[in-house]
Ligand binder design. Sequence first.
Ligand SMILES: C[S@@+](CC[C@H](N)C(=O)[O-])C[C@H]1O[C@@H](n2cnc3c(N)ncnc32)[C@H](O)[C@@H]1O
Length: 200
Amino acid sequence: MALLYKNTYLYHGLTNAVYGVSRKERFHAVVRWVPDDMELLDVCCGDGTLATYLARGVNYRGLDQSPAFVRQAQALGRAVELFDVRAGDLPSADVVVCQVSLFQFYPQAESMLARLFDAARCRLVISESVFSLSQSRWSWLASVVAWGTKTKGMSADTFRFSASSLRQLFQPYGANLRHVAEVCNGRDWVYVLDKSPMVP
Ligand SMILES: C[S@@+](CC[C@H](N)C(=O)[O-])C[C@H]1O[C@@H](n2cnc3c(N)ncnc32)[C@H](O)[C@@H]1O
């Protein structure tokens, strides 16, 4: 298990430092696409922090393979389950979210995206970072972060998407594209794919 996914304080400390004033925006940019009264599946959810930003009527379910994150989430009363998305079929939900996690599935990111899309009955929301400390110009920092985020099954620990490789990844979904935007001062991109007309 990757070091950074063994301890929620370490993980949040690092992400808060990296996102700075945008640390809440990365969640708000996603939850605005989750209508009330819907079932939400949060894939690679970490400790389920996203659940704390949702409207009360949303029925949240998170999946993550880190036992430490799942333990912490459950202790906080969040509906998060231990689940390796490489090993099991994804359950379906009205809205599926995958936040800052697609890079881990490279070079199978296309098939992972297809699985996420299939699991979403109405809407898929992906947010992905295009800047990472694993690509820092300080090679020691890049190596530490790449090592600290390398999970089982990852074949390329320094791979991260760029804005243009993300655009290419989503190209086959053009007909479903509801929204695309840069958020958090350009650090992340949010893609929203709709399967059927949604409200709102
Ligand atoms: C960068 S963190 C993102 C966590 C959360 N989505 C967020 O935005 O803070 C990546 C997460 O993916 C999880 N993960 C990696 N591979 C996984 C897999 N095969 N199945 C389930 N979760 C996985 C890690 O445990 C980690 O919690």
